[in-house]
Design a binder for this molecule. Structure first.
Ligand SMILES: Cc1cc2nc3c(=O)[nH]c(=O)nc-3n(C[C@H](O)[C@H](O)[C@H](O)COP(=O)(O)OP(=O)(O)OC[C@H]3O[C@@H](n4cnc5c(N)ncnc54)[C@H](O)[C@@H]3O)c2cc1C
Length: 485
């Protein structure tokens, strides 16, 4: 698609006013990248005030064939919010109104409200918004619906999709639509609401969402459990499920990640067993529910773990969490850069997954630390390399391909929560049959005949490595760790 003409922009200025349109170098650059760390400059950043502004933007974009990329917090890991074909970025991060209806257990939210802001607002009324991506401070409701964001609590509470009751917004053509209503039941026509969930801003612009809230759990209890090795830790997941313990969180931290975190913290999680793989288990609910679930987890840990620690207070729970919180920044001991994937495995394939990671470490000759959500099979795999070495980068890229192919062969998925965006677009057709790709593409063409909204994503294979990485500090970047002595 050609870069939009100045004529289109001039027409937009006339319709919505110059104050809503940022053409500064600084403003355009800030909207040109996300956490995939490559940049494509848009012609302008539009910050609409009203639904009417959005409608006008889309109508003009269709008339002049201008690409439009919607943007929330810009924390996508895949390049989903990068304006790949230039054009206009429609920034909705300032759409921040939220209303909690306690009597309905619903939240009425604009797309720029962050996940953390929504949960904080719910908490004031004793309610709970469970999806908790690690990026919750930055990730917006619009962005998290559009990527179907997950998080730590998925094992018990599911993902963003499970909380979307109704959506409203605009079709790519500029027509206003409502998908669903704030009702407990709705069985009338196609479920277009769910089609927008995880669509990565390719099928519509979300301007308002109605989200389901739950009662806030009164308390939590945390268990940190050590295992002889990675295989032993993942083997213990099945028995934990079988135990009937209603856990809210089940995090896996492999031996290499545990070692990095221990170096970072200056102490191992378990003095007696410094070389362990870990499972972090959390139960939550009323005191009675927590007591019942904790009893089961304890019995399971006694049988399966080589050692375990439990929390008796919030402070102790946080202390147990440190190893999980630190393993991500600490892995930069292993290389100054990483390629990360968020694959999903069926539980039956956990053992083979451990073997696959071992093989990848051998063939790439790179460290490959893994942690993630063992309760729902969603693992974050990191190929660590040094930016200065082209050879290491090439080996990391080969490793990613082998990983994704291996995961598909094991019956898994190439993404559990980050989506396809640009970085996984070369592998989209690995996951889906030609008929499945055609059907999805047909939906895109039907709703967006001019291919205006977020073009180039999902279906068009683009190699992110062809772009020069941007050197920017993002709000969620960790300080580089000091290497252990
Ligand atoms: C440090 C870090 C940790 C992370 N941890 C997690 C995690 O634990 N779990 C997880 O799931 N993800 C995680 N992510 C990924 C990311 O935070 C999520 O994908 C998040 O949901 C994106 O929200 P955002 O507001 O930043 O969206 P953006 O990056 O702005 O946009 C993401 C996509 O949504 C579209 N979009 C945004 N707003 C709208 C709208 N109003 N209407 C239509 N389309 C829209 C965009 O076009 C784009 O395709 C993490 C990212 C980082 C940087």
């Amino acid at each position: 698609m050609a870069q939009p003409s100045d004529k289109a922009l001039a027409a937009l200025v006339k319709k919505i006013g110059a104050r809503r349109i940022d053409v500064s170098q600084k403003g355009r650059f800030a909207a040109s990248y996300d956490s995939a760390r490559f940049s494509v400059m848009p012609q302008a950043v539009i910050r609409p005030k009203t639904n009417g502004d959005i409608r006008q933007t889309l109508l003009l974009a269709n008339r002049h064939k201008v690409p439009v990329t919607v943007r929330g917090g810009g924390s996508a890991m895949t390049g989903a919010s990068v304006p790949l074909k230039g054009g206009w970025v429609l920034d909705l991060s300032h759409w921040k109104k939220a209303r909690i209806s306690a009597k309905e257990s619903l939240a009425y939210v604009q797309p720029g409200v962050t996940v953390e802001q929504l949960d904080n607002a719910a908490a004031k009324q004793g309610l709970f918004y469970p999806p908790d991506p690690s990026s919750k401070k930055y990730a917006t409701i619009g962005g998290s619906i559009s990527t179907n964001a997950g998080g730590l609590r998925g094992a018990k509470y599911g993902v963003t999709r499970d909380y979307v009751v109704a959506l409203e917004g605009f079709l790519p053509t500029g027509e206003f639509v409502r998908w669903g209503l704030p009702l407990r039941k709705f069985s009338s026509g196609y479920n277009m609401r769910d089609l927008w969930v995880g669509a990565e801003g390719t099928l519509g612009v979300i301007t308002q969402a109605v989200m389901k809230l739950l009662s806030r759990p009164a308390m939590r209890k945390t268990f940190l459990c050590a295992f002889k090795n990675n295989a032993a830790a993942l083997k213990a997941v099945g028995p934990l499920r079988e135990s009937g313990a209603d856990f809210s969180i089940l995090e896996y931290i492999d031996e290499l990640s545990v070692k990095c975190a221990a170096d970072f913290m200056g102490r191992p999680a378990f003095q007696k067993y410094p070389r362990s793989a870990l499972l972090l288990v959390e139960v939550d609910g009323s005191p009675a529910q927590v007591a019942a679930a904790a009893k089961r987890v304890q019995a399971w840990a006694n049988t399966h773990a080589r050692a375990f620690a439990t929390s008796k207070s919030e402070t102790q729970a946080e202390a147990l969490w440190q190893v999980r919180r630190q393993c991500s920044p600490a892995m930069f001991y292993l290389g100054d850069s990483k390629l990360s994937e968020d694959v999903v495995l069926p539980m039956a394939a956990y053992e083979k997954f451990v073997k696959l990671i071992g093989e990848l470490e051998k063939t790439t000759r790179l460290p490959v630390p893994v942690f993630g959500h063992a309760g729902d099979g969603n693992f974050h795999v990191h190929f660590m390399y040094n930016r200065a070495s082209k050879d290491e980068r090439a080996r990391a890229e080969k490793g990613v391909k082998k990983l994704l192919r291996g995961v598909i062969d094991l019956g898994g998925a190439i993404s559990g929560e980050h989506g396809i965006g640009v970085s996984k677009s070369p592998y989209f057709a690995w996951q889906h049959s030609p008929a499945q790709v055609r059907a999805q593409h047909a939906v895109k063409r039907a709703l967006d005949p001019q291919n205006i909204l977020n073009p180039g994503k999902i279906f068009e294979a683009t190699n992110v490595a062809d772009f020069e990485p941007v050197r920017v500090k993002m709000p969620w970047d960790h300080k580089p760790p000091v290497p252990p002595r």
